[in-house]
Design a protein around this ligand. Structure first.
Ligand SMILES: Nc1ncnc2c1ncn2[C@@H]1O[C@H](COP(=O)(O)OP(=O)(O)OP(=O)(O)O)[C@@H](O)[C@H]1O
Length: 870
């Protein structure tokens, strides 16, 4: 519960007031504003006049801004330090805040709320505080988003001060009521701002659009109520859960409350009546709210007194007492102003009112009326609450409930003597605690999953929340469609990634699964297909489906280029973004300083089954078309010539690049040809050398074989001649043996046959040795043959590769020449990527490896750090 904070500010005497004598009747003493009662003051004092000479009003703040020399003087900074900082701290905590200035015409409302360039008022200072938040106001830094809107209510009609219609008659907006979010203005423009300068720009624009008129007190009196609304959303971590808190700050500069003067024209009378109507309604709302608040607080105090005396009464709710005196109806909807400020007045907002008054005696009546109004407002009690995320709030409430139940459990254990009753209760409570804990666990899991999913998406899309500037940058490396929504109430940003391959678009009741589901007028079940092949994106409408690209209806395959406006069906608008293409175009713009539109806004028509056909003449984007309407025929002609010259320049640059590329290729081909020749010579020489070596080895082996054979024959002959001699020797020794000793005989008999044996053995051994060396020699020859064959294979492979390279080089060189010729024919809309596509198609006949090579060599045209999409 919080009372509406009320401040009073007294402005300096105006020139007119000074001229009239400049009698000051207001005094400020700390938190009290005193007004001298001129009606009593002017008469002689007497016992019959009971009226107070001085009427005093107490407020939360009283500012004396009459004389800058006065030590009590309250400057704009002083007012901001009291009121502005409390608006900021409330917003940072997640409260809705409403600060409104109320007072007579020319009393200083606009000065206090907006200020002058030399003396900045509350609104710009509050905005500056939001941006330069050095976390004086909270312990935790947070990422935030700031959106503003600015409206005026004039003659009970709402106008957007930041979106003016071109028609003479200003259009008005409707006020509607959302069941949860409360009243809102349908179609009011919301502006995302990232720095203080932008706010100042918007404030200046809005103030300039405000309706003012000269009144008898003020030359530039604001005739309308102006509401500047700031939607401040913070992303925070609460209980380790990522969460958002949003607060709405309404800064209201009300119109001056002046009587409808019959001397004014009819319009002014109606205007005055309407201003009065809303201010009267505001007065009624404020006093009814004050009454209700007082009634509520008195009920509470009665309840607290009775509950002290009797415990049973404490069960009665305040409603039971107030049931006898029902809360008064609050006529919020009697005026647009009170309807829109419903939440700020007596709702869940923290409300601050600044009543501005003149110190002059001439404004006595208005000053008294303003101070009474302000006094009334002081009694309003609001119930401000933090606008926290619904899930986080639920988790917090459940945790509180668990704590409460656990305390109850403990107290039951301590208090109850009856075990059965206690067990029952304990059981129920334990179950409740368990249920709640499970709920928390589930909610935390759901919530965390949601955030994990978001994180995954954010990582994929490289979403970055810039903490310093409160801006959100969504960046994606893949080609994508970005939905462009006309509905002002639609706040989300939708990106559809176009991945490598096919993306199907159509209705949800289609027989095939759609990658992008669209509903609405003229959307077919199967509407269109978007192909992304190596970064080349083409849109193919299904027969009969309505698709346009950059305003032209598409019936066949159409290549999409960076920045193209794609409309599917009647109302689904998308902007096509190709980050890689955009990077190339940015680089080209940097290098050649040519207009990006030359290549970024073109339509490229492709006959996918046949040959590439050049693009139709340059197609203006809607923006350019619009600008063309406004410039004369001559200027149009001039700009067309300029454009044509720029196109020629781009072409010349492109042709030069192709020529350079061609020269490079030619040189490469020559080198490759020399290499092929060299390889061929090497292979031939190697072949001859190997054949000679083989022949020589073969001859050597044959010689060895022959020698071996000869040796064997000789050995056999020698052995044969040895056999008769051996037999003769054996007979002679046999006759001697009878005569000699037996022992001696046996020894000789052992020696004589062993000699023959030895010879035989030696012969066999030698033969084996010879055979072994022969086999070894044969093996050597075989090994050499294999080695030679392998070498020949390797060299042939090299030769083949070299020949292939040569072919590729020749083919790409042929393409370059071809491109050069084509580029001379094509005068418009030639983008590098279209050549790339052609290159890819032509290369199909040469196989994938050659394609890669040519893509690579072609990509050399791009600056080295530009990403190449494949
Ligand atoms: N505190 C102040 N210090 C100096 N000059 C002030 C102060 N308050 C108001 N003024 C001057 O008084 C004049 C009227 O002020 P302002 O336009 O703010 O009145 P207003 O209440 O917004 O009037 P209206 O309701 O008619 O728009 C301006 O010239 C303004 O500069």
């Amino acid at each position: 519960m919080a009372n509406v904070k009320v401040a009073v500010r007294v402005r300096p005497l105006s020139k007119r007031e000074n001229a009239e004598g400049g009698r000051i009747i207001v005094e400020v003493d700390e938190k009290v504003a005193k007004v001298r009662n001129i009606k009593v003051d002017n008469r002689l004092e007497g016992p019959w006049d009971t009226r107070e000479k001085i009427v005093a009003f107490g407020f939360d703040f009283c500012y004396w801004s009459v004389d800058p020399e006065d030590p009590k003087y309250a400057s704009q900074e002083v007012v901001f330090q009291d009121l502005g900082t409390s608006v900021l701290s409330g917003a940072f905590k997640g409260y809705n805040i409403c600060l409104f200035a109320y007072g007579q015409t020319g009393s200083g409302k606009t000065y206090t709320m907006m200020g002058t360039p030399a003396s900045i008022g509350l609104t710009p200072r509050i905005c500056e505080g939001l941006f330069s938040r050095e976390d004086d106001y909270s312990e935790q830094p947070a990422s935030c988003r700031i959106e503003v809107s600015f409206l005026e209510i004039y003659n009970e009609r709402v106008r957007d001060l930041l979106k003016q219609s071109n028609q003479k008659k200003p259009y008005t907006l409707r006020v509607r009521e959302h069941p949860e979010a409360g009243p809102y203005v349908q179609g009011l423009s919301q502006h995302l701002i990232t720095d203080y300068k932008q706010v100042i720009g918007l404030l200046e624009e809005g103030i300039a659009n405000r309706i003012t008129a000269a009144t008898h007190v003020h030359d530039a009196s604001s005739r309308s109520h102006a509401i500047f609304t700031i939607q401040y959303t913070q992303a925070i971590l609460e209980n380790n859960l990522p969460s958002e808190i949003a607060s709405k700050i309404n800064l209201v500069d009300l119109a001056g409350s002046e009587r409808a003067d019959p001397s004014y024209c009819k319009d002014r009378i109606t205007e005055g009546a309407n201003i009065n109507k809303s201010l009267v309604t505001l007065g009624i709302v404020i006093s009814t709210l004050a009454q209700n608040s007082q009634m509520f607080s008195s009920c509470q105090s009665i309840n607290s007194i009775t509950s002290e005396g009797d415990n049973h009464v404490s069960s009665h709710s305040p409603g039971s007492v107030s049931g006898t005196r029902r809360q008064a109806y609050i006529p919020y909807r009697d005026s647009i102003l009170t309807w829109l400020l419903k939440d700020s007045l007596g709702g869940n907002s923290k409300t601050i009112m600044i009543a501005t008054i003149s110190p002059a005696s001439s404004s006595y009546n208005e000053t008294m009326s303003t101070l009474r109004y302000a006094s009334n407002a002081k009694n309003i009690i609001n119930k401000p609450r933090v606008n926290e995320d619904a899930n986080v709030k639920l988790i917090r409430e459940l945790r509180e409930e668990i704590d409460r139940l656990k305390t109850m459990l403990m107290s039951f254990e301590l208090r109850n003597s009856s075990p059965s009753w206690s067990d029952d209760r304990d059981g129920n409570l334990t179950e409740l605690v368990l249920q709640n804990e499970m709920k928390i666990e589930q909610l935390t899991k759901d919530w965390s999953d949601k955030w994990t999913d978001r994180k995954v998406i954010m990582e994929e899309y490289s979403v970055d929340i810039n903490k310093e500037k409160a801006g959100v940058t969504i960046d994606s490396n893949l080609p994508h469609l970005m939905a462009v929504n006309d509905d002002i109430l639609s706040t989300g940003v939708v990106l559809y990634h176009l991945r490598e391959g096919t993306t199907k678009i159509g209705r949800c009741d289609s027989d095939q699964e759609q990658d992008i589901v669209l509903q609405g007028q003229w959307i077919e079940r199967n509407h269109c297909i978007i192909d992304n092949k190596c970064g080349i994106v083409t849109l193919r409408p299904v027969q009969g489906a309505y698709c346009t690209v950059n305003g032209q209806e598409v019936t066949g395959a159409c290549r999409l280029s960076q920045g193209g406006l794609v409309v599917l069906g009647k109302a689904h608008k998308f902007r096509f973004n190709h980050p890689a293409e955009a990077a190339i175009l940015r680089q080209r713009r940097l290098i050649s300083e040519t207009s990006p539109i030359l290549s970024s806004k073109s339509l490229e028509w492709l006959d996918l089954d046949g040959d590439f056909t050049p693009s139709p003449p340059y197609i203006f984007s809607p923006l350019e078309k619009e600008s063309q309407k406004h410039i004369g025929h001559e200027e149009c002609k001039h700009s067309a010539e300029m454009m044509s010259r720029e196109i020629d320049a781009v072409h010349e640059e492109y042709k030069q690049k192709l020529r350079d590329q061609e020269a490079f290729h030619r040189e490469h081909i020559q080198q490759q040809q020399l290499y092929v020749e060299d390889l061929k010579q090497q292979i031939l020489a190697g072949q001859i050398k190997s054949e000679r070596e083989l022949e020589y080895d073969q001859a050597l082996i044959n010689q060895q074989i022959r020698e071996n054979q000869q040796w064997l024959i000789d050995e056999k002959k020698r052995l044969a001649s040895l056999q008769p001699q051996q037999r003769e020797f054996a007979v002679q020794t046999e006759s001697k043996s009878y005569a000699e000793a037996e022992v001696q005989n046996t020894v000789d008999l052992e020696i004589c046959p062993s000699l023959v044996e030895q010879n035989r053995k030696r012969l066999v051994q030698l033969e084996l040795l010879r055979r072994y060396s022969l086999k070894k020699a044969e093996r050597n020859i075989r090994r050499k043959k294999v080695k030679f064959q392998l070498e020949r294979i390797v060299k042939k492979q090299k030769l083949l590769e070299a020949k292939k390279n040569l072919e590729q080089l020749e083919a790409s060189c042929w393409l370059s020449e071809d491109n050069l010729k084509q580029s001379q024919v094509l005068n418009q809309n030639t983008t590098i990527t279209s050549w790339d596509y052609k290159l890819q198609r032509r290369s199909k006949s040469l196989g994938s490896s050659s394609l890669q090579h040519r893509r690579h060599s072609f990509c050399n045209l791009y600056p080295p750090h530009v990403p190449i999409y494949r």
